[in-house]
Design a protein around this ligand. Structure first.
Ligand SMILES: NC(=O)c1ccc[n+]([C@@H]2O[C@H](COP(=O)([O-])OP(=O)(O)OC[C@H]3O[C@@H](n4cnc5c(N)ncnc54)[C@H](O)[C@@H]3O)[C@@H](O)[C@H]2O)c1
Length: 338
């Protein structure tokens, strides 16, 4: 077994997904050797992996690989990640997100203890909070999904205290946007608002707006959107700098659903047919990050504005790569207990 990590080699789990895929692109841009792991395969990302293993991230093939290559970091983007479906199938969320991650963390501290673990946590750990969240704000998840992220953060803390696990956990707010060159973005039938707006706008479907009676400036939910490229770059900062612990990753700003709707309509130069529906269970009215801690510790500010998010999304949703993709079953097959 190698005794020291390979300094320029990174493993990305969930590498066929939205954030994992963008992270592979940015890692390659920065000269890293990238090994992707995912239970699915997405051929449009092929050129951004040096190697790709189609496997569960916690099963034998993946664990053997971690040990064999001894990466400088494992960026753990794999996960089951929808708020609504997590109410129908909590087992899946606690098993896939928590139990399997626990197995990997135990494996890391015993076999590759110098590997840094970078975790995709979520703003959903805060629950229904009305002021800007700092990392010290109370956590109160309002869905099994959010709870699963918080549980992993507790695992990280205790593996750090008991076995010196070197980790960073990023609480992403709403990831949005796409690769500026149209090479990668969210897949068809993603439930993200920008994805649903483009689907409606480009295919003359109806866009459903969930809730217009929130206690916000225009009655619709307010969210903090961060460009997926900024998230990918933050992952690399976690490897390059000696930071540890939990960090919010947001844009310091918030946009309401109506504001996003208007921006996409302007970009498409078209009115999108919209219907108003009830609020979704577990959807807080306002989620904004205070990312001052990461800004201060890593000298970081998000590089991409909301206008770039919309422009890059437009490039992606009108690209040939996007139109060649089919819907991923993880977006459509959700409700085991329903
Ligand atoms: N997209 C967001 O706005 C957002 C916000 C906060 C947190 N996150 C978190 O970031 C991570 C990445 O999100 P995303 O938007 O890229 O999701 P995604 O669904 O596009 O990608 C997740 C990938 O993980 C893979 N995966 C799931 N379980 C696996 C397993 N057991 N073994 C191997 N592969 C597995 C899936 O096949 C998928 O390709 C998730 O953990 C999510 O909870 C996302």
């Amino acid at each position: 077994m190698l005794q020291q990590p390979s300094k320029k080699l990174v493993v990305v789990t969930g590498a066929a997904g939205y954030i994992g895929g963008m992270t592979c692109i940015q890692l390659k841009n920065k000269g890293y050797e990238v090994i992707g792991i995912d239970q699915r395969y997405n051929s449009h990302l092929d050129s951004f992996y040096d190697e790709f293993i189609q496997s569960d991230f916690a099963e034998y093939d993946a664990l053997s690989l971690y040990k064999k290559v001894y990466p400088v970091a494992i960026i753990h983007c794999a996960g089951t990640s929808l708020v609504g479906p997590s109410f129908y199938n909590p087992y899946e969320y606690f098993n896939n997100n928590v139990s399997k991650t626990n197995n990997v963390l135990d494996f890391i501290v015993k076999n590759i203890p110098k590997t840094k673990f970078v975790f995709s946590s979520s703003a959903s750990v805060y629950g229904n909070i009305h002021k800007d969240c700092t990392e010290d704000s109370p956590t109160n998840p309002v869905s099994p999904y959010g709870e699963s992220k918080l549980m992993v953060e507790k695992l990280l803390k205790w593996y750090n205290e008991s076995a010196n696990l070197n980790y960073v956990s990023y609480r992403y707010f709403n990831a949005a946007g796409a690769d500026a060159n149209g090479r990668h973005g969210q897949e068809p039938e993603a439930t993200h608002i920008i994805a649903r707006l483009y689907d409606a706008g480009l295919n003359d479907k109806t866009f459903t707006l969930y809730g217009t009676d929130y206690d916000t400036r225009d009655g619709t939910c307010i969210r903090d959107y961060i460009h997926v490229k900024d998230i990918a770059d933050a992952h690399i900062i976690a490897i390059d700098k000696s930071i540890q612990g939990i960090y919010n990753l947001g844009s310091f700003d918030g946009y309401s659903n109506y504001e996003i709707l208007n921006k996409v309509q302007t970009m498409l130069d078209k009115k999108i047919i919209t219907t108003i529906s009830d609020k979704r269970k577990g959807d807080p009215s306002r989620l904004i990050a205070d990312s001052t801690k990461f800004k201060y510790m890593a000298n970081w500010v998000p590089q991409c504005s909301m206008d770039e998010i919309i422009t890059d999304s437009h490039t992606w949703y009108t690209s040939e790569t996007y139109s060649g993709l089919s819907a991923s079953p993880r977006f459509t097959n959700s409700a085991a207990y329903a």
